[in-house]
Ligand binder design. Structure first.
Ligand code: ZN
Length: 239
């Protein structure tokens, strides 16, 4: 019989978004898989590995001919128990196909997140007003994690105010404005996560650096990250 609570007590570090499939000791990872790559993979999760599957805006087609088919394939992938989130999906002003195409795919992902009660892991470049208004319109109550956040402090405040989660890779904890804001308002860490994305940085080092610049004990940071993981991926116990 499946235990009702996974052994998060054995976990020290959580990598909320990574493209690496390697397992590290005492580290829980949410591994991002592109839908098109899924057919070549066998996903096997464990207490330490979970998956998100999505359609990255950079890899979207230049037309909408396969939109319905792609979204149906995504829906099927999300119904496999190894997948706890939709991602990466999102909007990118600088790369990828026309914004109208990106918006149609992102709308589809939002609707699936709502229907299947999945968290969204979002890539967003210079499209924050669109991101927030589309979330409000199509899936106001879903959990959204804006990954590798390194934008303006004002937008960070807006995202947190709207109950979005943001995830910092190596860059944001090196920003004086972001670190200063967190030291001033440590409660906002309840919506902040940490990740390695596609870098070679170790998640341990990101935790260590973040605890220094946020001026907090690393054990407290680890505790907050576990709490955030549980609230973001509420059904992780059922996978
Ligand atoms: Zn990524």
């Amino acid at each position: 019989m499946k235990s009702s609570t996974r052994e998060l007590s054995k976990i020290e570090f959580i990598d909320f978004h990574t493209h690496k499939q390697i397992a590290l000791p005492k580290t829980l990872s949410v591994i991002s898989i592109e839908l098109a790559d899924l057919k070549n993979l066998v996903l096997k999760n464990s207490d330490y590995r979970f998956f998100s599957v999505g359609l990255h805006p950079w890899r979207l087609p230049a037309n909408t001919n396969n939109l319905e088919k792609d979204l149906e394939t995504l829906r099927q992938a999300l119904q496999t128990s190894e997948v706890i989130a939709i991602g990466e999906v999102g909007l990118d002003r600088l790369l990828g196909p026309d914004m109208e195409i990106q918006k149609l795919y992102f709308t589809g992902a939002l609707k699936l997140a709502k229907e299947l009660n999945k968290t969204l892991i979002v890539h967003c470049v210079r499209c924050y007003p669109e991101l927030l208004s589309m979330k409000k319109q199509f899936a106001p109550d879903v959990n959204m994690l804006v990954h590798a956040y390194n934008g303006k402090i004002e937008i960070l405040k807006q995202l947190l105010k709207q109950d979005c989660y943001v995830s910092f890779a190596a860059a944001a904890p090196r920003r004086d404005d972001i670190c200063g804001y967190i030291r001033q308002k440590p409660d906002c860490l309840q919506h902040v996560c940490l990740e390695t994305d596609d870098s070679d940085v170790n998640i341990k080092d990101i935790f260590k650096h973040a605890s220094q610049v946020f001026e907090m004990d690393i054990s407290e940071l680890k505790r907050i990250m576990k709490t955030n993981f549980i609230s973001l991926f509420q059904d992780f116990n059922n996978v």
